[in-house]
Design a protein around this ligand. Sequence first.
Ligand code: SF4
Ligand code: FES
Length: 365
Amino acid sequence: MTALEAPRLPAPIGLLAELTHRCPLGCPYCSNPLALEQAADELDTATWARVFREAATLGILQVHLSGGEPGARRDLVEISAAAHAAGLYTNLITSAIGITAQTLAALADAGLDHVQISIQDSDPASADQIAGYRGGFDRKCALAAEVVRLRLPLTINVVVHRANIERIEDMVELALGLGASRIEIAHAQYYGWALKNRAALMPTRDQAVAAVQQVEVLRKRYHGRIVIDAVTPDYYARFPKACVGGWGRRSLNVTPSGRVLPCHAAESIPGLEFWNVREHALDDIWENAPAFRAFRGNDWMQEPCRSCARKDLDFGGCRCQAFLITGDARAADPACHLSPHHADVEALAAQQANSAYEYRRVGKG
Ligand code: SF4
Ligand code: FES
């Protein structure tokens, strides 16, 4: 009996399809894992098409075609067409490098619904320096113009950190100028490569507070012209974010080789057992895979989360961050001021915000 016939769990909403870990850029906060999966291990077109059909049957509404850089896949148009044919709202998340105007037009013809382009900074020289790719900024702007010309909705993604945090206003104006209807401003999340580079990326508390205030000002100023989504800077927060909308509640990630994760950084928690789409149907994985069951609901919680009024709002915060900072994935996310480790996080942030550390680039797969 499938989960569709006897639904015991709410269906996930979104599926992040990490088509490849290959990418021409080398951003210091990359969400790729430290150990990149190799091209030879990537799922083929037919398997992705099956996964999308299973996702639609499971009740998933949106697929995000991501990476790495999804443009590194020669079959990107076929993959996108398969997602569209399965009835999924299809969103491409790209660095823009490796997607030509011709490929974009083919994607649009294949039913692509939405494009997100990452921008590293509003200042071209700084943007190229952060990405480790000369000329990248201009190519991003050119592809954004093509997206708008094809009348596809455009979102600009920006990761905020010490090198660009003073230019949030400029970045919103850049997104407006490019014709985006939405901008996602996410402060760097310290897992994987960003954790390695934390001492180079961490802004000061004053910078982080000013950035949050500025987003509010910009939201009012540009209301009706552009939607500004913002993810707050964890280390200076009072409460944690409801990471991935709660573990195993709303979304799943499929890695290039087919491992299915509750969040992109879940492999950083030791001892979790992930199932693979090569061996299991997606509904079976969603319902039964040990990694998804590990932190679903709230039976796993300890104090202070267990008796906290917010436990069904933020789900105890981020499991990966809890593990990476406290060594215990069941602990409250130390971004929470009620966590016994919160003061350590604040002290760490203050110390690292003043570090002269220079970042390391993501290794190329
Ligand atoms: Fe969230 Fe736990 Fe903090 Fe309560 S104690 S606010 S549930 S992280
Ligand atoms: Fe894994 Fe937050 S990144 S739960």
